[in-house]
Write a protein that binds this ligand. Sequence first.
Ligand code: HMG
Length: 469
Amino acid sequence: MILAPNTAVGIDDVALHVPKLFISTLGEFAEARGIEPAKLARGIGVEKMAVPDAHEDAATMAASSVLELMKRNDLSPEEVGRIYIGTESGVDEAKAIGTYVIGMLERVYGPGSFQECSTVEFKSACIAATFALENAAYWLRVEGMEEENGEGDEEGYEDSSRRGGRVGIVVATDIARYDLNSPGEYTQGAGSVALLVKRNPRLMVLDPVMGVFTRDENDFFRPIGMKCAVVNGKYSNLCYLAAMDGAFYSYKKRVLGRGMIRLADDECTSDHLSHIIFHIPYPRMAEYAAASIFQREWRDLPRWRTIEEEMGPEPKSEDFEGQKEYLLAEGDYKRRFSKSGKFLEAYGRKVKPSTLISSVVGNIYTGSIYLGLASLLEQDLLVPGTRIGLGSYGSGCSAAFFSGVVGEGVESMAKGKFLKTLNERVEIGLADYQLLHEGEKNESVISPSGEFALVEIEGDGYRRYDFVV
Ligand code: HMG
């Protein structure tokens, strides 16, 4: 079989689902934890965190985002060839979460309607959905070739071929949960993102290049049976930055090597990315990542003179007596760089707009980077023909840096609707939040209506879901 590497494949649409409940980090929560609200609003960047109700879990949220995606794109089940799900909040150690999701969807579309759709659960902390996306794109390229060669046009398949071939759906679904009263607690959240992956997509054509970085780390993990993650918080920030740096330079080597990006003398790779969306465990982390990449990218360019005029030259190890003194000076310089006018201008333009939804939803782990994409779409900031970069990170740890070119079709897509939905959510107090967190609230705060719900966990652990009208 001859593959078609140049087939334009990518993300056509993004549908989001977040729980109806949220807790404000700035009021009762901050007071109870003895934290200044300004630290959470500015130092962390999170003002509200989504809280799943008693009838919600990673499977119900996934089914809800897929249903939203299918409805608004008028997709029928036989057009969907793959549902790949990235999650670290799986509901079973063996059974793929996607089989529960398909079971729920068939309550709407009819029994057996998804039987020719395969589903796999990807686990790789917060980077899982990115690897699911990469795999869905590979599948589509191969599937496209088979269709072009006239293979696979069996009965019932013709219709979808006429409409441009089968599609894949990549779902990111997670509940970020840390111990009560821990420093991780104010970086929680919950939600799901469903990406429609197809040929000739409206939103973004994926570039055929991905830079990756992998290293065995203990920054964040959740041994089997534990409800909350074990996290070495400050160390996890360092692992994220080191891995992102590695993945970005792996990406850079490849795009420059292939001539996909050509640099003038006073340019660097990130100049060619109109926006960069980083994994957003909390918005401030995206700022640290941007500072780290821009500092390394800019230091050999004429613009660095402006930085040095503002802050003096970067510390050099040979000017210090010991390694510790040098590292302290370097850390201080980094902090000052991240407050420099030139950095803040580039960050505000290229990176900050992607953190909008995360600041009022919190961390949704593997979906967070795609909340970033949705943030740009909702604010109508995606310009056809421009290239955007995406830096994905998963603890443990791996990072991937990749890019895509915004499609013309983005102009016809609806914008701003999800931001309105976020304003319609219901705020809960600390007492309800804590009961839900500990799994001690049996009744839902808001009874499910017009949505998927977990209705029972049977004696053997099998979960019963329903679509509650
Ligand atoms: P912390 O103890 O709150 O950190 O932990 P901090 O005390 O250093 O404060 C954070 C910032 O707030 C600092 O800013 C303070 O100065 C500032 P900086 O100095 O860095 O510029 N601050 C204030 N700002 C304004 N007004 C004030 C004020 N006071 C202080 N009054 C930490 C933060 C993120 C470590 C913690 O919340 C945590 O452990 N979170 C969970 C782990 C995490 O999110 N790690 C991120 C990287 S790993 C990752 O992204 C993967 C992950 O998504 C999981 C996966 O892959 O599956 C987590």
